[in-house]
Write a protein that binds this ligand. Structure first.
Ligand SMILES: Cc1cc2nc3c(=O)[nH]c(=O)nc-3n(C[C@H](O)[C@H](O)[C@H](O)COP(=O)(O)OP(=O)(O)OC[C@H]3O[C@@H](n4cnc5c(N)ncnc54)[C@H](O)[C@@H]3O)c2cc1C
Length: 331
């Protein structure tokens, strides 16, 4: 790994389209590659990805394409094996994943194989001009503080970056990338897991991680019915609905909406926390929001210490006029 030379983004594609987080990583990677004076490359692994690779190349990055990879067996293990192999050949100095389900699973395993440093869940990335070390900012103590980590000289450095850290890269007509097909053979007989079934998550409206507005409800909502009001508010604002642990434990709402340490990590422009106490495990999933508005009937609720704006009232009284006001402003 002595000839480290690229900034490599590990991209993802869903339904024949490059994902939004991958486009965001391209934007971050572009700036990093300019600062480090190293080429930007993007790795795509999957099946029938020619169209996706062309879309990725139009963003200005060269694309390593490992196509026709079967998914009948373990997806993460295959990704780990292929990514590690590509990195051994390409010797990148920095490898960037999204802090997605795939990134969370694959990045640490690739780091173990390459004996590389890994820094997960970064929300900012800069280069120290004198040393070219990476300055990696990530939330710590459940999102109550930010820490800046300075990379060591060891290469490669592996990083995962939280969705919505940067805006998505737009096609760049001045620097179309080249598609570089790679054939990587992996020994699947050593894989320990097997994909049994693939179930598509039903998403109504915007995906939580991509939403600019998240309306979240907690134990204070008191039951399934109360969430209709919150869903209405999310819809008017073009946002997504989230929950704390309590509505999921109580069976009021599905667990795939949970925000927090064990759920989604979101960083919208606006996070509206309704009937949520503000436990550290919940804040771990939303403290990166640009603006937090809390509605809680208890003036002592911890959420008010984290919120930019607060309404001390029963949500049943506070929300209907709030929704009416937004409707008026939008009409
Ligand atoms: C290992 C571990 C991991 C965890 N991971 C997560 C996680 O990922 N996400 C998560 O959310 N939690 C997580 N938890 C649980 C967490 O500790 C809290 O128990 C949980 O977040 C509390 O949810 P809540 O604030 O919605 O509910 P509650 O604690 O029940 O608080 C309800 C709030 O609503 C207010 N309220 C009540 N009625 C009304 C009303 N009518 N109008 C307005 N306000 C009202 C109350 O004043 C109160 O502040 C985790 C816990 C552990 C131990």
């Amino acid at each position: 790994m002595e000839d480290s030379q690229d900034v490599l983004i590990c991209g993802e594609a869903i339904d024949g389209k490059i994902t939004t987080i991958t486009k965001e990583l391209v934007n971050i990677g572009r700036e990093l590659s300019e600062n480090l004076n190293q080429p930007l490359r993007l790795l795509l692994i999957g099946q029938s990805l020619q169209g996706v690779a062309a879309e990725a190349a139009s963003l200005g990055s060269d694309v390593y394409l490992v196509d026709d990879v079967p998914f009948a067996e373990s997806v993460p293990e295959r990704y780990v094996a292929i990514t590690a192999e590509v990195c051994q050949k390409a010797t990148p100095s920095v490898i960037i994943f999204g802090q997605t389900d795939m990134g969370r699973e694959v990045a640490p395993r690739v780091a173990a194989r390459l004996k590389a440093d890994v820094c997960m869940d970064c929300v900012d990335l800069a280069v120290e001009p004198e040393t070219s070390s990476l300055l990696l900012t990530k939330p710590v103590y459940g999102g109550n503080a930010m820490a800046v980590w300075v990379s060591s000289e060891h290469k490669p450095q592996i990083i995962t970056i939280r969705p919505r850290t940067a805006s998505p890269a737009e096609p760049d007509s001045s620097r179309k990338g080249e598609i570089i097909p790679l054939t990587i053979k992996v020994d699947s007989s050593v894989f320990k897991s097997k994909l049994q079934e693939s179930v598509r998550e039903e998403v109504r409206g915007v995906k939580l991680e991509e939403a600019k507005v998240v309306v979240s409800g907690g134990g204070g909502i008191g039951g399934k019915e109360g969430f209709e009001l919150l869903e209405g508010l999310a819809q008017i604002l073009g946002g997504a609905l989230g929950i704390s642990r309590v509505p999921c434990d109580e069976g009021w709402m599905p667990s795939n909406l949970e925000i927090g340490q064990t759920g989604h990590v979101v960083s919208p422009d606006l996070y509206i926390a309704i009937g949520i106490s503000g436990a550290p495990q919940h804040l771990a999933g939303c403290s990166g929001s640009k603006c937090i508005v809390a509605i809680n009937k208890n003036p002592e609720a911890h959420i008010f210490k984290e919120a930019d704006f607060g309404i001390i009232e029963d949500y049943r009284q506070a929300l209907p006029p709030f929704i009416e006001k937004i409707k008026t402003l939008k009409s």
